[in-house]
Design a protein around this ligand. Structure first.
Ligand code: ADE
Length: 231
């Protein structure tokens, strides 16, 4: 997969993209991530990318020109047809199903703009899919883009050491993940459930299913209601 990111703050991405699973996936060629600085496409010598809003009001609004020029440039960097995504709190809420859907694409272009204001023609003219990571306002789309990338890349074949790891994740089958334990067997008077030491794989699998369902009922009953609505 190739992911292009358009941003005014490419430096924000350096550390998250250079650690852990994202680093490994990039090093292994599973994902190629390319940053483009929208400011490089500013039309004036001052490298301005925003201006005062027409009609008055506080703050500055991102001008459409540099964003469109940046997209035109980035599109040409690879022959693959991209899926265009605009990170904004006005978008559809991101979830595991969307992460899985996006993980099947060969190329994504993510546009991380300032929240304060996008000239409306960016939204209209690009016809991009709008995605939000939750009902709260961030200063810009950068952290949202990182969340999306993290969730998508771990689903790419080969990104995790063991491809089964993602299958058991919370949400991947609509419910929360079962509880996990490792050594020591007893820690501060808390013991690992006997069943996990029994070696009976069928019973362990059943226990895990029961536990996953139980904790979903207790902590996220909305997930089960969503399920019932779907069926
Ligand atoms: N930009 C600002 N807030 C955002 C959010 N909640 N999701 C995606 N992009 C954003």
């Amino acid at each position: 997969m190739r992911i292009d990111i358009l941003t005014l703050f490419p430096e924000m991405f350096e550390s998250p993209l250079s650690c852990s699973i994202l680093k490994r996936a990039r090093d292994a060629g599973i994902v190629e991530i390319v940053l483009a600085n929208i400011r490089d496409f500013a039309a004036d010598n001052y490298r301005n990318v925003d201006d005062k809003p027409y009609g008055g009001g506080p703050g500055m609004v991102m001008m459409p020109g540099p964003v469109f020029d940046c997209i035109d440039h980035v599109r040409k960097l690879s022959p693959e047809k991209p899926r265009l995504i605009l990170l904004t709190p006005q978008g559809r809420k991101f979830d595991q199903a969307k992460a899985l859907e996006l993980s099947r694409e060969s190329r994504l272009i993510l546009i991380a703009g300032k929240y304060e204001g996008f000239d409306e023609r960016i939204r209209i003219g690009l016809d991009a899919e709008q995605i939000s990571i939750g009902d709260y306002v961030l200063n810009g789309g950068e952290l949202a883009a990182m969340v999306l990338i993290d969730a998508v890349v771990r689903l790419l074949p080969g990104a995790l050491g063991d491809d089964d790891s993602a299958k058991d994740d919370s949400f991947s089958n609509g419910i929360l993940e079962y509880p996990q334990y490792t050594r020591p067997e007893t820690f501060r008077d808390m013991k690992v459930p006997d069943i996990l030491l029994s070696g009976d794989h069928a019973k362990i699998a059943q226990w895990r299913r029961d536990q996953a369902l139980e904790r979903t009922k207790k902590w996220r009953p909305d997930l089960l209601e969503d399920d019932e609505q779907k069926t």
